[in-house]
Design a protein around this ligand. Structure first.
Ligand code: SF4
Length: 73
């Protein structure tokens, strides 16, 4: 799988989201650098388009992503 193709421009990866009490480096390892197919942001970008990505969504917040997909789908 490897690195996510959005890494260079992704607001999460580039530290542009409001901070949350989570281990950001671990999320980057778990999602951005190894398995973007499980990333909530990536899932929304693929299914609905990048413009539908909630501004402050973190990779592990899949429930938010699924709810959004259910609403939009
Ligand atoms: S895996 Fe998700 S958070 Fe990481 S760079 Fe890709 S879209 Fe952004």
């Amino acid at each position: 799988m490897g690195e996510c193709e959005f890494i260079e421009n992704c607001p999460f990866f580039n530290g542009q989201l409001a901070e949350k009490p989570v281990e950001i480096e671990k999320l980057k390892e778990d999602y951005c650098r190894s398995n973007n197919l499980h990333c909530a942001r990536y899932v929304i970008a693929m299914a609905l388009g990048k413009e539908k990505m909630p501004s402050n969504l973190y990779p592990h917040e899949k429930e938010v992503a699924y709810n959004l997909l259910a609403e939009e789908g």
